[in-house]
Design a protein around this ligand. Structure first.
Ligand SMILES: C[S@@+](CC[C@H](N)C(=O)[O-])C[C@H]1O[C@@H](n2cnc3c(N)ncnc32)[C@H](O)[C@@H]1O
Length: 309
């Protein structure tokens, strides 16, 4: 087992190198929120993101109680502050998915820029921050396809895909998410970017129920579901991406115009598209490699396809 002081030095060297390298790229591309470290060293099981005035350290296992890991993370937090003075927020992504933050118990909210857009973030209150930075390039890709088109964004969360589409001059963007807190957050992001209410609607609903009763046909559908979800709301059924894939894709097909396209994405590592493809007979072009952002190089977990029926 490595001596903890050697591990601190090795980890710190890696972080410094990555930060300097990525900061230049981020500044050049107007990116304010990016990843600099993702378990690059096996004995350092955490992720580090950089944002304006904040370092976000995601601790990825259940070993924090162990003295060595505490010492490592404490020292790395001090080094991050030396590298760039900022508030260090620790989030625990344990196996049971419970997150506590020990450095900050208050609400830490801020606005970040990306692609000339602004997004409200909250770094401490929820499981995630409000913006999935791993999909940065996917958002840009789709925004460039939507001019003059009618778009449906399923599992829209805080609306980052929708904001990109509105900036990309989609004629209308409909977004669907079951969680009213995220719908509200989505509204705030649209207002922050001064989008006209004539060009979008945000629907708080279960995606499968929405699609079953939908009568509108869309040019483009974005579908980036969670691996698994379960809700206390009675009308919302348990959802698992692999179990519900064929049903979800078939329902998307019925909401697409002839020649329309579906951007489908998942971060479920064991996901198989083959079975749905055999059942529904669609053409799928995998976009995963081209949509990986520089800060996720070699570590991107999501897979994406452009599907045409
Ligand atoms: C992985 S996030 C989607 C991220 C989003 N595509 C983005 O890039 O910002 C999953 C979202 O799906 C929503 N969700 C989960 N189950 C749902 C369901 N059955 N119907 C509608 N939304 C659901 C959650 O509330 C959450 O906002």
């Amino acid at each position: 087992m490595k001596d903890v002081n050697d591990l601190i030095e090795e980890t710190n060297n890696r972080i410094q190198k990555r930060f300097r390298h990525l900061l230049k790229w981020a500044n050049k591309n107007n990116i304010q929120y990016f990843r600099i470290f993702d378990r690059d060293i096996a004995a350092a099981p955490f992720i580090i993101d950089y944002l304006p005035q904040h370092w976000l350290v995601w601790v990825c296992d259940n070993n924090y109680e162990q003295i060595n890991e505490q010492k490592l993370i404490h020292n790395i937090s001090v080094k991050l502050n030396e590298l760039n003075p900022a508030n260090v927020i620790l989030k625990f992504r344990k196996k049971d998915n419970v997150i506590n933050q020990i450095y900050s118990k208050k609400d830490v909210a801020l606005v970040v820029n990306e692609w000339g857009l602004k997004f409200h973030l909250n770094l401490t209150r929820y499981l995630d921050t409000g913006l999935f930075i791993d999909h940065r390039k996917t958002r840009e890709y789709i925004a460039k396809q939507v001019k003059g088109k009618r778009v449906l964004n399923l599992f829209s969360y805080t609306g980052s895909f929708s904001c990109y589409c509105l900036k990309g001059r989609a004629s209308f963007v409909t977004s669907v998410d079951v969680n009213p807190t995220y719908s509200q957050w989505h509204h705030q992001n649209c207002e922050l970017n001064k989008f006209s209410k004539r060009n979008y609607s945000i629907c708080t609903a279960d995606v499968l129920q929405f699609l079953k009763s939908n009568k509108t046909k869309y040019d483009i559908i974005i579908c980036d579901p969670p691996t698994f979800s379960q809700s206390k709301r009675k009308h919302v059924k348990r959802f698992h991406i692999q179990e519900n894939a064929s049903q979800l894709l078939e329902l998307c097909q019925t909401s697409l115009k002839h020649n329309g396209a579906l951007l489908f994405s998942t971060n479920y590592r064991k996901f198989k598209l083959d079975q749905s493809q055999a059942e529904l007979g669609f053409h799928a072009k995998e976009l995963t490699a081209q949509l990986c952002s520089k800060d996720f190089d070699g570590k991107w977990m999501s897979r994406s396809w452009l599907i045409q029926f």
